[in-house]
Design a protein around this ligand. Structure first.
Ligand code: PGA
Length: 252
């Protein structure tokens, strides 16, 4: 896996009130708060960011937003900006998650603006891409992923792209219990890295981490991580419980 340090990220989605988030964060801190060979990140809902940041202070666990708006501030009721996330203790931000694309009108063009805002605000964008079941069944997996990359990353330099993390999440595997086989995942990860190499050169392609997401559990993380182009995981359901998430973080 070249020199890429694995990243295991937990996306809590629209789960957990402040007290519930605090409980998971405390337990997580005691279980993996000092782990050195894997990077760990959790993305709580916005309302719990401050609480979780306070609890995880002094641990190696990083914090991410689940989304952001592309302006730094302004009259945009309900939105959250990069400086706000940064101020709340975030180092990362998830952008273009399939649920945002599916339910909230996120497009490759808005993803592109959000990535720019994240970089400008000093946050590491975690760009999510992936095909739907219908797209896979009709043989469009590679073309969909290629378009998401090209349009999402349009206008960025190699230097910018080097700072990002990509998450390949086949939509049909998210929250369904249907994980992609290791071969299906590896095939797309290799394709993504190839696209990176063509567009940004060999050293960027080698440096960029590509996470797999979609029904990752303690039981399947080991075989996924054994694949050469899988550099970590973006975990939804199994990240809501500290013990199961810690089991994924300690996959070795
Ligand atoms: P899941 O979600 O692990 O529950 O499938 C993954 C994700 O949406 O990031």
């Amino acid at each position: 896996m070249a020199n890429r340090k694995p990243l295991i990220a937990g996306n809590w989605k629209m789960y957990k009130t402040g007290p519930q988030a605090a409980e998971v964060a405390s337990r997580l801190k005691s279980l993996v708060g000092d782990i050195m060979d894997v990077e760990v990140m959790v993305a709580p809902p916005f309302t719990a960011l401050g609480t979780v940041a306070g609890i995880l202070k002094g641990s190696v666990i990083r914090i991410g937003g689940q989304d952001l708006f592309w302006e730094a501030e302004g009259a945009y009721t309900g939105e959250i900006s990069a400086p706000m996330l940064k101020g709340a203790g975030c180092t990362h931000v998830i952008i273009g998650h399939s649920e945002r694309r599916q339910y909230f009108g996120e497009t490759n063009a808005t993803v592109n603006r959000k990535i720019r805002a994240a970089l400008l605000g000093g946050l590491i964008p975690v760009l999510c891409i992936g095909e739907s079941e219908a797209e896979r069944d009709s043989g469009q997996t590679f073309s969909v992923v290629q378009k998401q990359l090209e349009e999402g990353l349009e206008g960025f330099s190699s230097d910018d792209v080097q700072k990002m993390t990509i998450a390949y999440e086949p939509v049909w595997a998210i929250g369904t219990g249907k994980t992609a086989t290791t071969d299906q995942a590896q095939e797309v990860h290799e394709f993504i890295r190839g696209q990176m190499e063509t567009a940004y050169g060999n050293s960027v392609a080698k440096a960029v981490r590509i996470l797999y997401g979609g029904s990752v559990k303690p039981e399947n993380i080991g075989e996924l991580m054994a694949m050469p182009d899988i550099d970590g995981a973006l975990v939804g359901g199994a990240s809501l419980d500290a013990d199961s998430f810690a089991g994924i973080v300690r996959y070795r």
